[in-house]
Design a protein around this ligand. Structure first.
Ligand SMILES: Nc1nc2c(c(=O)[nH]1)N[C@H]1C(S)=C(S)[C@@H](COP(=O)(O)O)O[C@H]1N2
Ligand SMILES: [Mo]
Length: 429
């Protein structure tokens, strides 16, 4: 074998690659891992003795026609905070973001928010109306929608109330509860623009009003520019049909904007010459300011990030040495440009590594490969998006917004990690 690059692939030969890895390992790898994470060669019965799983046959292929996670992962589930709401039919639960990795949220553990419960609506019974200021009022069946030009994109859906319990100070001791009103899925469906063009929006039609088929209807007004920009009528998520709780058979996707606009079991799109000012956009989903006035039409979700591990549900289970600090960042304004991580409560910042190319209005995973010295840490992350917007501290937010707000809390989160590796929700000013 020679050390010349392979002519066919342009890559160095296997031999030279091995030689390189050996040298690099001596020069950098060994030092970077600070002693290494792997164990030595002590005899280990898990390796040296035949284990039950190798003595018997496993399950046959049809044991589970539609698989669930292995029971060892039973704790990775949605959870709710019972005292938050009076009844589970008008309530919310939280994505176990502490235990997930990468960026895609499996539907089975993606948070749910219902105003009047999740309804069972079949494809056969499904109808979508376009009414109001259009040339041709239309009714689509589910089958009609599947015949129209199809698109696929990934987007995060964040409830405007995510982190809403943290306005007054650190409250819920779990990232699942402080930041888990979010999910990120790959949606397949039809562009809303395609449907509106089919109906022919009249010039006076400057807003749409979208309603669901559930008892609450969750009606919201959306300006026509957004409706014609990147909204989507979705019928698949992460490759499969939407789950009932996420709007089966059809939901609206409104990339970058607050979850309340993402109407599930979408039933009607009315075209209007102004906003409707429904319950969901007046008494709810507006932001009460200190002097008693409220901001409205705060649709966009601003840049935000959080460290998912370590966090209160994910303590450091090993001693000092190499560890991975892992987290999520997102912005409703487009792409994440950079994420900084601090281990000392925001005095010093290091640039985190982004896992893959950030998607627009989608979750971005970040990592900081860290050698923990075993000292307590005040862990924080700070997202910067492609518009240059920097995620604010909670004090910066409160200086403008006060503490009357529920919605749109994108302040920097702090986890205090003690010398035992346990993490706690705290605030540093
Ligand atoms: N029809 C209908 N659509 C709805 C709601 C609802 O109660 N009914 N809740 C809204 C709210 S407040 C949010 S945050 C998102 C949550 O979507 P998910 O349940 O798929 O997580 O759906 C929105 N769409
Ligand atoms: Mo929401």
């Amino acid at each position: 074998m020679s050390d010349m690059p392979n002519k066919a692939t342009g890559q160095p030969s296997a031999h030279s690659r091995r030689a390189f890895l050996r040298t690099a390992g001596l020069a950098a790898g060994g030092a970077a891992l600070g002693g290494g994470v792997a164990r030595g060669a002590t005899p280990d019965p898990l390796i040296t003795e035949v284990q039950p799983w190798a003595m018997f046959l496993g399950e046959g292929v049809d044991a589970t026609p539609y698989g669930m996670p292995i029971h060892f992962e039973d704790h990775v589930v949605r959870r709710n905070v019972e005292w938050l709401t009076a009844d589970p039919v008008s309530s919310i639960n939280f994505t176990p973001i502490h235990a997930l990795e990468g960026t895609i949220t499996p539907q089975g553990c993606a948070f749910e928010r219902h105003h009047s419960g999740a309804i069972e609506l079949s494809k056969e019974d499904y109808r979508l109306m376009i009414t109001g200021l259009v040339e041709r009022p239309l009714v689509f069946t589910y089958g009609d929608l599947t015949r129209m030009p199809r698109i696929t994109r990934t987007a995060f859906c964040e409830c405007a109330a995510n982190s809403g319990m943290e306005w007054g100070g650190a409250q819920l001791n779990a990232v699942q509860f402080t930041h888990g009103m979010i999910h990120n899925m790959e949606y397949t469906g039809v562009s809303l623009r395609t449907l509106l063009n089919e109906a022919g929006v009249k010039p006076e039609g400057t807003w749409i009003y979208v309603e669901g088929a559930d008892a609450s209807s969750n009606g919201r007004s959306i300006p026509m520019e957004k409706a014609l920009d990147d909204c989507m009528i979705a019928f698949h998520a992460n490759g499969e049909a939407l789950r009932m709780e996420h709007g089966y058979p059809v939901r609206l996707v409104v990339p970058g904007w607050e979850g309340n606009l993402w109407v599930k079991w979408l039933r009607r799109i009315g075209v209007h010459d102004g906003p409707i000012e429904s319950r969901e956009e007046t008494s709810k989903y507006t932001d009460l300011l200190p002097e008693g006035r409220a901001r409205k039409w705060t649709w966009e979700m601003h840049a935000k990030s959080v460290i998912t591990s370590p966090s209160p549900q994910m303590p450091i289970s090993h001693g000092p040495g190499p560890m991975v600090i892992s987290g999520l960042a997102w912005t409703g304004r487009g792409k994440i440009d950079r994420v900084d991580v601090s281990i000392d409560g925001g005095m010093n910042w290091q640039t985190a590594r982004l896992a893959g190319e950030p998607g627009s209005k989608a979750l971005t995973r970040f990592y900081l490969d860290h050698i923990w010295d075993g000292e307590p840490m005040f862990l924080q992350s700070r997202a910067i998006d492609e518009t240059g917007y920097v995620q604010p501290s909670k004090d910066q937010l409160r200086a403008i917004r006060g503490v009357n707000s529920i919605y749109h809390n994108n302040g920097i989160q702090t986890w205090y990690v003690n010398a035992r590796g346990e993490a706690e929700n705290v605030e540093v000013s």
